[in-house]
Design a binder for this molecule. Structure first.
Ligand code: PLP
Length: 439
């Protein structure tokens, strides 16, 4: 039988350690779209693919001077090992940020600093899940969380969401079905605000319902909230953690509200879980970087970070409005829900079209997106694509959507003429793997 040629198999063939890997490493695979990302990052391509914040408005010059001073004045701490739970000063500072989402009962000792929320997701999965355990998650789901769950060989069971977020009835139904199969649900993973990739926000009515179901069935909730402060109208929603201190593990991050390069995020968890998180953080990395944490506190202590976040909100709103208007102009036959905040529009393309198969053509037309299949663990999502409006300027966004429309128009014409895009149906076993570069 001839082997399917792909880069992954080439690497494995030349690998002298082939056969020595743990099964969890075998399940880790590079996305086949990774190669396309290298091309997508070229300047002539309008990339609507990545989830990178736009940083040009950060006061880098002034901040660098303060950081240089901090590294001299407090060098013995900044350049040293620190606490596995994180810097006390930073753990105090994050309390003010969480207050904006109504989390008011937290003490610095309840907080654990992590190397980005991504690392937090890894730690919580590490301490809660054995291989084969069940995690419920919104479908579509954040690609980086899928990667973590896959690496711990967790069974991800999809729960439907709509424009008002996770559907409580679907959540309860999923728990009941798992119980019938004799499985315990280890936790629900949810991104309640300005979801990546769906753009949806969990309504205020649904929040207590979801918490009530979780309490009734004793299911832990992992609330991942990197975008909560990036509402276009300035509205913040009460965090699930603000409504329930005992059943929620809360994660938030400086990546989208300051800058991702520092890799600083935080978690709040009930005491037992928090204790395990600190131990897991210690065994994974010993301690988060003092230098990064002190860079964050230097920024928070010396700049008007609330105004900076407001400025970001305005900027991302303008970009979202531009994308929405361009979609209305060029792709009125597609469907999408305009998000209230965050970075993403989740675009549904016409029946019969396949966003994954279309991607090489889009790159040729000099526009990139992430195919919907990247956000599912089961090959679903060919009828969607994620469009990010966070990084390109409004002019580039407009041009990107115009280019995208030429590709979708052409695919649609072929489909209408022949009843198909002329390509074979994708192999259902050929599942797309999460690509961290899509984040
Ligand atoms: C929902 C979600 N969670 C977590 C992350 C990772 O954030 P961090 O940079 O803090 O690791 C991202 C990044 O895009 C995200 O969208």
């Amino acid at each position: 039988m001839s082997e399917k040629p792909n880069t992954a198999s080439k690497v494995i063939k030349n690998d002298p350690w082939f056969g020595s890997y743990a099964s969890r490493a075998e399940s880790m695979r590079a996305s086949e779209i990774r190669a396309l990302f290298a091309v997508a990052n070229r300047p002539e391509v309008v990339s609507l693919a990545g989830g990178m914040p736009y940083l040009e408005r950060m006061p880098f010059g002034e901040l660098s001077e303060l950081i240089a001073k901090m590294m001299v004045d407090k060098g013995d701490v900044a350049w040293q090992y620190g606490s596995a739970q994180g810097d006390q000063h930073l753990r105090e500072d994050v309390l003010q940020i969480m207050e904006l989402e109504n989390i008011k009962d937290v003490q610095p000792d309840d907080v654990v600093i992590v190397n980005g929320s991504q690392s937090g997701l890894d730690l919580i999965t590490r301490i809660m899940c054995n291989p084969g355990d069940v995690v419920l998650a919104e479908a579509p789901n954040y690609v980086g969380a899928l990667g973590v769950f896959q690496s711990f060989q967790v069974d991800v069971v999809n729960v439907l969401l709509d424009k008002d977020g996770l559907i409580p009835e679907a959540f309860e139904q999923a728990i009941i079905e798992q119980h019938k199969l004799g499985k315990q649900v280890k936790f629900l993973y949810t991104v309640p605000n300005f979801h990546n990739p769906a753009g949806a926000t969990m309504s205020e009515e649904r929040r207590p319902k979801i918490l009530e179901i979780a309490q009734r069935y004793h299911v832990l909730i992992v609330e991942d909230n990197p975008y909560g402060l990036l509402s276009f109208k300035g509205k913040t929603y009460p965090a699930l953690r603000s409504l329930d201190a005992e059943n929620v593990v809360y994660l938030s991050s400086f990546s989208k509200i300051i800058a991702p390069g520092m890799r600083v995020a935080w978690m709040v968890a009930p005491p037992g879980i928090r204790h395990k998180l600190v131990l897991a953080n210690e065994s994974a990395i010993l301690c988060p970087s003092n230098m990064s944490q002190m860079t964050v506190t230097t920024y928070l202590d010396n700049f008007d970070w609330k105004s900076q976040i407001n400025d970001y909100r305005g900027m991302y709103k303008e970009r979202c409005d531009t994308m929405d208007a361009a979609l209305r102009e060029y792709l009125p036959y597609c469907s999408w829900h305009k998000p209230e905040g965050g970075f993403y529009i989740w675009l549904q393309i016409p029946d019969g079209l396949d966003s994954r198969a279309m991607l090489p053509r889009a790159i040729t037309a000099k526009v990139a997106y992430v195919a919907g299949t990247a956000f599912y663990n089961n090959g679903q999502g060919t009828d969607h694509m994620r469009l990010s409006f966070c990084y390109p300027t409004p002019e580039r966004i407009h041009e990107g959507i115009r280019r995208l429309s030429t590709v979708i128009d052409a695919e649609r014409e072929t489909a209408e003429l022949f009843g198909t895009t002329g390509r074979p149906d994708p192999d259902p076993t050929d599942v797309e793997y999460p690509d961290p570069s899509a984040n």
